[in-house]
Design a protein around this ligand. Structure first.
Ligand code: HEC
Length: 158
């Protein structure tokens, strides 16, 4: 009896998640990818002064992989009611793709950096791509500033 009750409860909860989350499963995936971008940038910044080629390559690859996934995450059939996104993602899909492609190309240069200074140059370019895309395609999250939290701070000057 108890087991049945708990199964019923679990199913009710799952039903709620499905009803609430169906449209926002795309949003959850988008946010998870973006948070992974942020984590990679934070891991990369200290490497401008403590250069580690293997770590730079690995984190750079994460950014490249994320860049190649971005466009599909916002494809026409995905959640267009996502409150975190401006309608420009779909009204200007070519511009969004260009922003994602530029990010991916610049992220590849991160992985190819050979020392602290070249990594810093590459990170500065990627960071500008984060902010550039956010300005046009990311909506202000409720209760936050005009553009929400800033992307990872630029790497420190050497
Ligand atoms: C091509 C466009 C584009 C690029 C490039 C981009 N972002 Fe985003 N980012 C977005 C959009 C759109 C959202 C809003 C997603 C949503 O709410 O569904 C977002 C949201 C975020 C969020 C909030 C996630 C959350 O949990 O709400 C963070 C953090 C973030 N981006 C970090 C970054 C960082 C760091 C970079 C660069 C390394 C980056 N983004 C590059 C478009 C982009």
């Amino acid at each position: 009896m108890r087991k049945i009750a708990s199964i019923t409860l679990t199913m009710a909860l799952l039903g709620t998640v499905a009803a609430f989350g169906q449209a926002s499963a795309d949003k959850q995936a988008r946010e998870a990818l973006m948070r992974a971008n942020n984590t990679a940038m934070r891991a990369l910044m200290p490497l401008t002064t403590a250069f580690d080629a293997a770590a730079v390559k690995a984190q750079g690859q994460i950014l490249v992989d994320n860049g190649t996934k971005m466009v599909a995450q916002y494809a026409a059939g995905t959640d267009q009611a996502d409150t975190g996104v401006t309608p420009a993602v779909w009204t200007d899909a070519a511009g969004f793709k260009a922003a994602a492609d530029k990010f991916t190309a610049d992220a590849a240069k991160v992985g190819a950096a050979t020392d602290g200074p070249s990594l810093q140059v590459a990170l500065t370019a990627v960071n500008a791509d984060c902010g550039g895309c956010h300005r046009t395609y990311r909506a202000a999250p409720a209760g936050r500033g005009a553009r929400g939290p800033a992307p990872a701070a630029p790497p420190p000057a050497q």
